[in-house]
Design a protein around this ligand. Structure first.
Ligand code: HEC
Ligand code: HEC
Ligand code: HEC
Ligand code: HEC
Ligand code: HEC
Length: 258
């Protein structure tokens, strides 16, 4: 995980140039050489500043030598090289994948990263990727559905905690720490799928569940704080009303004396 974050920081510091030699030249080409540009524009990678050269290497500032191996151009990876290609950034996922039955069957009928995520139009990952058509292409779909079921409950819980943090954030409560913990738990959990082992998923769900309990406790704490503020707010309003009434009563009694 850490390498990805370090990378994120270094990338945001040197924000990917919006227009590179790669995008300019490939963007004007038809067919298989131009298609990646349009697909990539809709991807989670484009949204996070990961451009052609971040994956393929090369020099995005020099049209003449952009694809020179001397400038670090890697070209188009062979299917068996894809996990290492993506794994330069997604280190933890690649490790889980390589240790799995899928990783062990790489080059012998097993899927690689692109089989499930695509290459240029990669989207944010979710359990929706696990569908009968995609997984059923290679084995009985009920095995796929079993691992999906093992992931679903925790996934739903992460979703509802994320939803619970939003209104607190809007009410200007400091939820950054909770968001961070949840983000970490979410990443740890969403990686688990790549082991394709129901027992590992169940064990992992247990550990992530403890982290989620902690986030839930923090959220409950904030709600208690809100309730306390409301009570005090009520007391303060009550005091004001009381003072107002006293004022009126006092004025009346003064008038009465006149
Ligand atoms: C001046 C035009 C031009 C520029 C600039 C350019 N490319 Fe290409 N690219 C091509 C052409 C033409 C091909 C197909 C012929 C070839 O493989 O050399 C190609 C092929 C490719 C391929 C497929 C290679 C294969 O083995 O099938 C990749 C990947 C690629 N380019 C990525 C990049 C990246 C990344 C950059 C920027 C660092 C870049 N290109 C810059 C014109 C360009
Ligand atoms: C997330 C990493 C990633 C990014 C970003 C990326 N590519 Fe690729 N690209 C790949 C992979 C992986 C392949 C190999 C395809 C496969 O195995 O399906 C590939 C293949 C290609 C090919 C060969 C296509 C073919 O059908 O033979 C070209 C050309 C190409 N990329 C150009 C680009 C250009 C131009 C960009 C920027 C708009 C880009 N790529 C961005 C990962 C990436
Ligand atoms: C058999 C299909 C399959 C293969 C192969 C696969 N993935 Fe995934 N990937 C998924 C599914 C499904 C999810 C979503 C799991 C979830 O939501 O719990 C996911 C989630 C992810 C995530 C999000 C995890 C996070 O931290 O939020 C990343 C990144 C990712 N995959 C990258 C990769 C890379 C890199 C490879 C190759 C080394 C790969 N995947 C191979 C299906 C696959
Ligand atoms: C140069 C670094 C880099 C490379 C190489 C790379 N990615 Fe990514 N990827 C990122 C970053 C940065 C993000 C956005 C941050 C995040 O959400 O993790 C991302 C996001 C993703 C996501 C969405 C994660 C989520 O939370 O749902 C998936 C899936 C993914 N990448 C798959 C791939 C695949 C498949 C490849 C290879 C074809 C690949 N990536 C290559 C850096 C990279
Ligand atoms: C390109 C073919 C291919 C695709 C696509 C594919 N798998 Fe697999 N899968 C394999 C191979 C090969 C194995 C290892 C040999 C075996 O157990 O059949 C495997 C093993 C598994 C196992 C391990 C079962 C066990 O006995 O422990 C699970 C679970 C699994 N896959 C789930 C999925 C899911 C979910 C998807 C869809 C997101 C998917 N697979 C997509 C080829 C594929």
């Amino acid at each position: 995980m850490i390498p990805l974050f370090t990378l994120l920081f270094s990338l945001s510091a040197a924000a990917a140039p919006a227009d590179t030699a790669c995008l300019q030249c490939h963007g004007s080409m038809p067919g298989r050489l131009g298609a990646p540009v349009e697909e990539w524009k809709q991807s989670v990678h484009a949204a996070n500043g990961i451009s052609c050269h971040d994956c393929h290497g090369g020099d995005p500032t020099d049209p003449a030598n952009a694809m020179s191996p001397d400038r670090g151009f890697l070209g188009k990876p062979e299917p068996t090289a894809v996990p290492d290609f993506c794994g330069r950034c997604h280190v933890g996922v690649a490790d889980d994948y390589k240790g799995s039955l899928h990783g062990k069957a790489l080059g012998a009928g097993g899927p690689n990263c692109v089989t499930c995520h695509g290459n240029h139009a990669v989207q944010r990952a979710s359990l929706a990727i696990i569908d009968e058509q995609r997984c059923g292409a290679c084995h009985a779909p009920d095995r796929a559905m079993k691992i999906k079921a093992a992931l679903q409950a925790t996934d739903d819980r992460i979703g509802s905690l994320e939803a619970a943090l939003e209104p607190l954030h809007r009410q200007a409560f400091d939820v950054e720490d909770m968001k961070g913990e949840l983000f970490q738990a979410r990443n740890d959990f969403h990686r688990l799928f790549h082991t394709v082992q129901v027992s590992r998923v169940e064990a992992g769900a247990g550990k992530v569940g403890e982290k989620l309990d902690a986030v839930q406790a923090s959220i409950d704490g904030v709600h208690a704080e809100i309730a306390r503020r409301h009570r005090w707010g009520g007391v303060v309003v009550g005091l004001f009303v009381l003072m107002g009434l006293l004022g009126v009563a006092l004025r009346r009694s003064l008038h009465a004396e006149e």
